[in-house]
Design a protein around this ligand. Structure first.
Ligand SMILES: C[S@@+](CC[C@H](N)C(=O)[O-])C[C@H]1O[C@@H](n2cnc3c(N)ncnc32)[C@H](O)[C@@H]1O
Length: 249
């Protein structure tokens, strides 16, 4: 059989987002590999442990924490990310080899869905090609993304009839502006504030959790309120995750 890894999408916040497929994969896992993200995001690490406690019926599993190498802030952004991924690949390969027996089953729990702004699949791919001596197979269990959580909680369709939707970051929105509809993720800077006042926004933070915040309106009407709410919530929790959908006027 050989070593096997599940990459399990656990949904973006609410443990009830877990799919039946995810629960089945959790129950066949012996070793959960988790990135140590530092104290700030300890709420998120705790949620992963709660998910295991709640959904695994015969708890014989263990957690192995993997150190997260520091990402360089000097030089080109893409080079820095690529060096960081290579370093992570080395750490993960060593852990898979050391912690999983020849037929062992491991898992990475990916926030939301593993295909969306998540490096787990890229790193496993790099290990398969670059660190070939650590033989393993892996499969992917899809999860509910922050985008689905956002549109469900606002009760809105993602796209306008027959129209495309861009999924982008705050950095790209600032560089390229908005046309049509766009979902913005990974935005620490409230980049929507640079959009025309008539732009419609549906904003959500801590989606699926008891701290969830939702605001909708136009950037002119609700933009300043979102900026203030976001700063206050971030200060109170020590971290924030927010996502929003924009439609150009
Ligand atoms: C590294 S990405 C991971 C996305 C994840 N793989 C997914 O499927 O949603 C993290 C970004 O996702 C968004 N996000 C994730 N969970 C969220 C939540 N519960 N509420 C609001 N935004 C969230 C935020 O934009 C955050 O900056």
């Amino acid at each position: 059989m050989g070593r096997h890894i599940h990459v399990i999408g656990i949904g973006a916040g609410d443990p009830d987002y877990l799919t039946v497929q995810a629960i089945e994969a959790l129950n066949t896992t012996q070793v959960f590999f988790a990135m140590d993200k530092g104290e700030q995001k300890s709420d998120l690490v705790a949620l992963r442990r709660q998910i295991c406690e709640r959904f695994i019926s015969e708890p014989g599993y263990r957690f192995v924490e993997l150190p997260d190498p520091k990402r360089s802030s000097d030089g080109d952004y893409r080079d820095a990310v690529s060096d960081w991924h290579a370093e992570r690949a080395r750490i993960w390969a060593a852990a898979i080899a050391a912690e999983l027996g020849p037929d062992g089953v491991g898992a990475f729990l990916a926030w939301g869905d593993p295909s969306l702004y998540d490096s787990t699949l890229r790193i496993l791919d790099a290990i398969e090609t670059d660190v070939a001596e650590v033989g393993f197979t892996f499969d992917v269990i899809p999860g509910v993304t922050a985008i689905q959580a956002l549109t469900a909680r606002h009760r809105i369709p993602l796209n306008e009839v027959g129209e495309p939707v861009l999924i982008t970051t705050g950095r790209q929105l600032r560089a390229q502006g908005l046309s049509g509809s766009a979902v913005v993720m990974l935005d620490a800077d409230c980049s929507f504030a640079a959009c025309p006042a008539g732009t419609r926004i549906w904003w959500g933070a801590y989606l699926g959790t008891r701290d969830e915040l939702l605001v909708a309106g136009t950037v002119g009407e609700v933009g300043p309120r979102i900026v203030a709410l976001r700063a206050e919530a971030r200060a109170r929790h020590g971290w924030i995750m927010d996502t929003y959908l924009l439609r150009a006027p």
